[in-house]
Design a protein around this ligand. Structure first.
Ligand code: 3PY
Length: 253
């Protein structure tokens, strides 16, 4: 799955998927069988615990969708555990400095790229049945995504982009809008301008850019701007939209 995902990005193609906040693996499977590329399984917001997360990752692997885990913080507990249970990518919120980006890479990669804590008796290593050399090599293919979502991150953008091991930067439009003094206004000209600026700089450095969208219009706009890693809405949000359009259509409200 990681290889297919990387090849698509290298070919300049967009990849697409939702955030997932429920603990029911059925939602992850539904997204996978619908042909989406990735699911961002959320440990920052939402009620999912690590046990449920493991089942969501299993569901992603069964249905052929890349399991990205959004970790709660830049800590060994948040990043290492997600990888040990089988995450193919980790997405880290609120990366504001190059030091934080380096720390994320250090915790996500084994030597020589980092210092991830080693345990071969975890799900990712098939509970030790995977050949050691293969495990270490495969584990270092893990994708690291840094969320850029505040003024400080924007100021330090060049340094963050230069950190070896950051594969994708992901602009968090909601947090960014708050940081720019217009909370929630993700289509405010100030937010859009800042985002365009980030996309331009990142692309000029050859780093793939992602963002969150929650409308078709936003999605089209950012795809046109060259954003490749497009997250569209949230499992419960998509379900809510579908329920709302049904109640409106059949005048139940
Ligand atoms: C943001 O928009 O700030 C995010 O983190 C994605 O939902």
């Amino acid at each position: 799955l990681i290889q297919i995902f990387k090849e698509k990005l290298q070919a300049g193609k967009p990849v697409f998927g939702p955030f997932m906040k429920t603990s029911d693996p059925g939602f992850v499977e539904a997204a996978g069988y619908a042909g989406m590329d990735f699911a961002i399984l959320d440990m920052e917001h939402g009620p999912v615990n690590i046990q449920d997360m493991q089942n969501n990752i299993r569901a992603a692997q069964v249905s052929g969708i890349l399991p990205v885990v959004r970790a709660a913080a830049v800590t060994e507990e948040a990043i290492g555990k997600a990888l040990d249970i089988g995450a193919a990518a980790v997405e880290i919120p609120q990366i504001s400095t190059a030091e934080e980006a380096k720390e994320a890479v250090r915790l996500a990669k084994f030597s020589p790229l980092g210092e991830r804590g080693v345990c071969r008796f975890v799900r990712a290593a098939h509970y030790s049945s995977m050949e050691k050399e293969h495990y270490f090599k495969q584990a270092n293919e893990t994708i690291v995504i840094a969320q850029i979502e505040g003024k400080e991150a924007v100021e330090n953008l060049e340094e963050i982009l230069a950190v070896e091991g950051i594969d994708i930067i992901f602009i968090g439009p909601y947090d960014l809008s708050q940081s720019l003094g217009v909370p929630g206004q993700v289509n405010h000209p100030r937010v859009v301008e800042e985002m365009n600026q980030i996309v331009t700089v990142a692309k000029s450095r050859g780093v793939v850019v992602g963002t969150f969208t929650d409308s078709g219009r936003m999605m089209e706009m950012w795809m046109k701007a060259g954003v490749q890693y497009i997250s569209y809405s949230v499992d419960v949000g998509i379900f809510h939209e579908a329920c709302k359009s049904l109640t409106e259509k059949f005048h139940v409200l």
